[in-house]
Ligand binder design. Structure first.
Ligand code: HAM
Length: 410
């Protein structure tokens, strides 16, 4: 038997109402913050992501679904949306049409990671990107937006973690400090961290290796070596979060796995889903647009993993129970009436949800099916009433019956 590919997952009809609820909540709140939806293709030219996200990141160096198409172009299934949104902004000159573009998305993403609970190879993100302003109000707005969506979904067991990565100049100085600190400890680091020491030294803070963690415990922290401009920006973000009533923790070790960040970075981390606990992640990226298109457009954004959020909702018992629902089930008493039933259903379906039997089942079996489908009313066609031009309508909630003329139904 052919099965779905490892790390991918079917969303079955019994789960779909949860997805609708999640998507509707996202659209409603994005709308109240005045973000407009953008949809971009599932695949892009590979160099968009390798340039945008950074060659040395895990995503680009080991997780992308990349292949040559029939015309030998290197194609990649999108592992995230920020680079695609920036490409679309530049390609359609959205930045020239309005000074600030506030955009949101809901889309599948693809990363060839090791599958486990809350980690898939095809997963879904919703997210937002605001392009065109360096205002700290937008950093705070992103965090508030993510916070408000999770709260509205009913989640409460999560923490908002924030940090600042500053501007590249202060970060470069700091990286040298970190290199100095680690210089005589290199041999004690894990193999992975040894590699990162050269390529992406900040990611050493993300290591799960116990020895690495111990060494990094006493490492100098970027936040203690930020320039004044970066500190002021960070201070303003914190003040705005306080005024909006968003509780946060400063986590100086929050470095994030993508290269494009400057200033604020943040994650909303769940206490209800096990090791893959980051529900949302994001931050400011003032240099990415320039890197991809040579126009100076600052940006800030976040993305959230929808499977993880639904898992957190299940574990926090805030998923709603949905009953199957149907307005009408049409029962026919004999099969000569199949055509009539088809005609009535076609008419009623303009305004109601309607079902009938396609398999010549007995009246009893049809009634059982009506119950199973949660029909509010059953229309019975046939017998003596039908000869008089009438149909019987049975209200399944209270059992009462009325008659209605078949012509009127049609
Ligand atoms: P990210 O941290 O790579 O950031 O992903 C954001 C969220 O997507 C994660 O917190 C997680 O919930 C979910 N996620 C990531 N990988 C997987 C996976 N394999 N399976 C299930 N869920 C996953 C970004 O993607 C940035 N583009 C966020 C951003 C937007 N920064 C600025 N603007």
């Amino acid at each position: 038997m052919i099965k779905a590919i490892t790390g991918t997952k079917d969303i079955l009809p019994n789960e779909i109402r949860n997805w609708y609820f999640l998507e509707n909540t996202v659209r409603k709140i994005m709308n109240s913050f005045n973000y407009k939806e953008i949809r971009t293709p599932i695949f892009e030219e590979t160099r968009l992501f390798s340039r945008g996200i950074g060659e040395s990141t895990d995503i680009v160096s080991k997780e992308m679904y990349t292949f040559l198409d029939r015309s030998e172009t290197s194609i990649t299934l999108k592992p995230e949306m920020t680079a695609s949104v920036v490409r679309a902004l530049l390609e359609h000159s959205l930045d020239k049409q309005s000074q600030l573009n506030k955009l949101f998305y809901i889309s599948p993403m693809f990363r060839q990671e090791r599958p486990q609970a809350g980690r898939f190879r095809q997963f879904h993100q919703f997210g937002a990107e605001a392009l065109g302003s360096t205002s700290a109000a937008l950093d705070a707005e992103m965090i508030l937006l993510a916070y408000q969506i999770l709260k509205t979904l009913g989640l409460s067991n999560f923490t908002v973690k924030i940090n600042s990565l500053g501007v590249p100049s202060s970060r470069e100085n700091y990286k040298n400090l970190l290199k100095e600190y680690l210089a005589d400890k290199l041999n004690e680091l894990s193999e992975e961290s040894k590699k990162r020491y050269g390529a992406n030294i900040l990611r050493l803070f993300d290591s799960k290796d116990e020895r690495d963690k111990k060494i990094m415990e006493n490492a100098p922290l970027l936040i203690e070596h930020l320039d004044n401009e970066s500190l002021e920006h960070f201070e303003e973000v914190k003040q705005l979060l306080l005024s909006a009533g968003v509780p946060y923790e400063v986590d100086p070790k929050l470095v994030r796995g993508l290269d494009y960040y400057t200033h604020t970075t943040f994650e909303l981390v769940s206490g209800s889903v096990g090791s893959q606990a980051a529900l949302c992640g994001g931050g400011r990226y003032d240099l990415l647009v320039k890197q991809l298109g040579e126009r100076d457009v600052p940006g800030v954004g976040f993305a959230a993993g929808m499977e993880r959020i639904l898992l957190a909702m299940a574990n926090e018992n805030v998923l709603q129970e949905y009953k199957t629902e149907l307005d009408y089930y049409i029962v026919r008493l004999n099969k000569e009436l199949n055509k009539k039933v088809f005609e009535i259903a076609a008419k009623l379906r303009a305004n109601f949800s309607v079902e009938f039997d396609y398999t010549q089942r007995s009246v009893k079996a049809q009634m059982r099916e009506a119950n199973k489908l949660g029909a509010r009313k059953v229309i019975m066609i046939g017998g003596e009433e039908y000869e008089r031009g009438m149909a019987v309508v049975k209200n399944m909630e209270d059992g009462s019956q009325t008659e209605i003329s078949v012509n009127e139904l049609v």
